[in-house]
Design a protein around this ligand. Structure first.
Ligand SMILES: Nc1ncnc2c1ncn2[C@@H]1O[C@H](COP(=O)(O)OP(=O)(O)OP(=O)(O)O)[C@@H](O)[C@H]1O
Ligand SMILES: [Mg+2]
Length: 462
């Protein structure tokens, strides 16, 4: 036997039976406690945990059956084996129905006793392991690590639960840093595919040609540098889930191919001729408004409608401020543990108020970073070092100071420059966000940034 010595509690009103069981079980390496009655047994259990209770059925006072009911109610994880006399097999059946895990018929042979006890103890250990494993998985990928209790987030959880077990395409839409990736993982781990792979592709990170081979794979010699065959992400995610992250950034030509794959469930490797059937569940995520993009012509409308079967909108953090205290609490504890700071770190009310009032352009990701920094700086029991970018006064309150003799054209350009810098600051340098705030497409914003020679990397985020 491995691990700690299993503890067995024996309950029988017959002294000779008790003694015999005690001797045999101790010899076999168990730690044994002997009790004369159900009442005594309950007292012993209240005192210390046992792995297994071996109990007689017919006893004066409280019967074995009543004891069983009590045990199940109070110690649901303890294994219970009942002992019944030879003529009372129906009793044994009744006790099994009442929740016993096994039964032994008296007179009990030594071998039979040891086989049954060992099996019960092993089952108990397995069960404990399983419960532990399940809790771990749930903790990592379930809702436990998605913090938020506002109605908006509850709706997200409900949508995740209803769609998880289907094969439907899911489109998760929301501003940057709102937890889209986290939510896509929750879908995978709440689905029947949870034992299969979860694969993520960042569609924005790769140039057109590479993206296709990344998604669909390629055959040896398909292009210069394709030295060997490569399995794409669709294949790698076979039996599991594929997250197409930043789907709004995928080039138009790849969009056509993607649409075909989604329609047929088949992929063809780059340079290959034979289509392959894959069983991959697809989730797409984006921080762009795909409908607007499709109206502008940067995203195919047909692909948009194909992806938009089941839409999970994720709200910006400033639209669910009631979640901010929960998130602050969560991240404070998380980082206190990680960076070995006091586990009782208290967030001063004034700091919490500032955190609640701040508009959070970078959403939960930004909040997470602000708290991590503060926790690292906090050496005592109080969270210090909460640093937030200054919120600038609204545009209309500000007076534009221009040198005399400036042409209208130059003045407008100067004004535009200030507006763009302002928006970039507000978006913490995230251009997609700044573009959205300004009502511009990303390429339009980019064009303006270049035209005005704004050095995005030199902008200081106070
Ligand atoms: N509700 C939440 N509870 C706890 N952590 C969260 C939550 N939402 C986001 N986070 C954390 O914030 C960070 C950003 O989340 P995630 O990567 O899922 O955002 P995203 O929506 O995919 O952003 P982007 O559009 O920029 O890719 C991660 O570290 C994630 O763990
Ligand atoms: Mg993401």
């Amino acid at each position: 036997m491995e691990g700690p010595t299993p503890r067995v509690l024996v309950v029988d009103d017959d002294k000779a039976v008790r003694a015999a069981l005690g001797v045999n079980l101790r010899k076999a390496g168990y730690e044994v406690t002997l009790c004369r009655s159900a009442q005594e047994a309950l007292a012993a259990l209240a005192d210390r945990p046992f792995d297994l209770v071996l109990t007689d059925v017919a006893m004066p006072g409280m019967s074995g059956l009543e004891l069983l009911a009590q045990l199940r109610a109070t110690w649901p994880n303890v294994r219970i084996v009942v002992m019944t006399g030879y003529g009372s097999v129906p009793d044994a059946v009744a006790t099994m129905k009442a929740g016993a895990d096994d039964y032994i018929i008296k007179p009990i042979s030594r071998e039979e006793l040891l086989v049954i006890v060992e099996r019960a103890v092993q089952e108990k250990a397995l069960l404990a392991e399983l419960v532990e494993l399940r809790a771990q998985v749930d903790k990592q990928y379930g809702f436990e690590n998605i913090i938020g209790a506002t109605p908006a987030m509850v709706e997200v959880y409900e949508l995740v639960e209803s769609v998880a077990d289907t094969r439907a395409l899911v489109l998760i839409q929301g501003p940057t840093g709102t937890g889209k990736e986290l939510i896509s993982q929750a879908i995978h781990y709440h689905s029947k595919r949870r034992a299969g792979p979860f694969v993520r592709v960042n569609c924005a990170a790769l140039p057109e040609g590479l993206l296709e081979s990344e998604l669909f794979g390629h055959e040896k010699g398909a292009f210069t540098g394709a030295h060997k065959q490569h399995r794409g992400k669709f294949e790698q995610a076979h039996g599991g889930t594929l997250l197409l992250d930043e789907i709004g950034e995928i080039p138009l030509s790849t969009q056509v191919k993607l649409l075909r794959v989604l329609d047929s469930g088949e992929i063809t490797r780059v340079g290959g001729s034979k289509p392959l059937q894959v069983d991959t569940r697809v989730i797409a995520a984006t921080n762009l408004d795909l409908l607007a993009e499709s109206k502008k012509g940067t995203f195919r409308e047909d692909l948009y409608y194909r992806l938009n079967v089941f839409n999970i909108p994720v709200p910006a953090l400033r639209e669910r401020r009631d979640d901010i205290p929960l998130l602050v609490e969560h991240f404070t504890r998380l980082f206190a543990e990680r960076h070995e700071r006091s586990l009782n770190l208290v967030v001063p009310p004034a700091a919490l108020q500032r955190l609640v009032d701040y508009p959070w352009p970078g959403n939960v990701r930004e909040l997470k970073h602000v708290i991590e920094r503060a926790v690292i700086l906090s050496r005592g029991e109080e969270l210090v070092g909460v640093k937030l970018p200054e919120i600038h006064p609204a545009e209309e309150d500000r007076e534009l100071v221009l040198p005399a003799g400036m042409t209208l054209q130059a003045a407008l350009l100067e004004y535009e420059r200030q507006v763009l810098i302002q928006a970039l600051k507000h978006a913490m340098g995230v251009q997609a966000q700044a573009a959205r705030d300004l009502g511009l497409s990303r390429s339009n914003l980019n064009y303006r940034i270049n035209r005005l020679g704004i050095a995005v990397k030199d902008i200081v985020y106070e």
